[in-house]
Design a protein around this ligand. Structure first.
Ligand code: SF4
Length: 317
């Protein structure tokens, strides 16, 4: 008799070596992240570094990205490389709207991200993210090809955290078309409904990543008389004001300090015990008393609303 949960089935012995069990998300994300086609598109000096990234020395075709497309309809990655003038932002948004969903944007260099050396200039916008959603920012003036490649890898990692269940572009109510800015004395549209639409699209895309990743207790270990609970964030930045860590024994509680933010892919370590020590800003000391002593002691992470986010059982060292 099988002990498998309802809905699961045994894989027959004779086919076990030919079967890989995985998730739809894994296959879908693997295919998407390694077949990004960038648009052939550059604005200023940063574009030269983008061009170099395609040459033999850096060879971006290693990532399945060699097909830089002249048509936005065949591209799903826009690399905004260079100074964005008020005149140019209009065709940039138009090109973005013509790209295929799911589409991604890398803001390459100081100019595209915030205006760079031309910030406050009469003809330059201070950040392309005021007009289209940006997934990855690559700093520098100009960023090197290595920095752009790091941006590609960061984008791949972001895509791998998404889930077909939460990404907005398959929802019936999703409208990804960005309002085209009107070129005039001031580039910003004065229509509040259009400004709200840009904000909503940005928020939907941000929430897609947040829903797939989360904050959880990753480890509970002893280092001598220092007991360490490791909490890791695989989602977007999380403000942990009001969050608590509960011990299963005696219901003791650690309150996270107000304003403590756990950044993406970062971890915070909560120390207890006589040798509890905070070596970095991401180490917090709870108490010099022992909390996690016995195998089976549990740690529970509670968010500001009182919901249980993660539980962990100490397995003994
Ligand atoms: S960030 Fe620097 S290198 Fe890039 S477009 Fe602006 S001025 Fe040129």
């Amino acid at each position: 008799m099988s002990n498998l949960p309802p809905g699961m089935a045994e894989v027959p012995e004779e086919v076990k070596s030919n079967v890989i069990l995985s998730t739809v998300d894994f296959v879908y994300n693997l295919a998407r992240s390694y077949s990004l086609w960038p648009m052939t598109f550059g604005l200023a000096c940063c574009a030269i570094e983008f061009i170099v990234t395609g040459t033999a020395r850096y060879d971006m075709s290693r990532f399945g990205m060699e097909v830089a497309r002249p048509s936005p309809r065949q591209a799903d990655l826009m690399i905004v490389s260079g100074t964005v003038t008020k005149k140019m932002v209009v065709p940039i948004v138009r090109l973005y709207n013509q790209m295929a969903e799911p589409r991604y944007v890398i803001s390459m260099g100081a100019c595209a991200t915030g205006g760079g050396p031309f910030k406050e200039g009469y003809n330059v916008v201070s950040g392309i993210d005021k007009f289209i959603p940006v997934d990855v920012y690559v700093p520098g003036c100009p960023p090197t090809p290595e920095a752009l490649i790091h941006g590609f890898i960061t984008l791949h990692n972001k895509i791998k955290k998404q889930s077909v269940r939460t990404v907005p572009w398959y929802r019936k109510d999703y409208v990804g078309q960005i309002p085209i800015p009107v070129l005039g004395p001031d580039i910003f549209s004065t229509d509040p409904a259009k400004m709200r639409q840009i904000r909503d699209i940005n928020m939907q895309r941000l929430m897609a990543s947040r829903a797939a990743g989360k904050v959880s207790i990753a480890e509970l270990r002893h280092a001598g008389d220092d007991e360490v609970v490791v909490i890791r964030n695989t989602g977007l930045a999380q403000d942990m004001t009001g969050w608590q860590l509960h011990s299963g024994q005696g219901e003791r509680r650690f309150h996270f300090p107000a304003g403590f933010v756990l950044m993406p892919d970062a971890e915070v370590r909560i120390h207890s015990g006589p040798e509890a020590e905070a070596a970095t800003p991401n180490d917090l000391v709870w108490t010099t008393q022992r909390i996690w002593r016995h195998e089976g002691d549990t740690a529970t992470l509670i968010d500001a609303g009182g919901a249980v986010v993660s539980t962990f059982s100490y397995g003994g060292n």
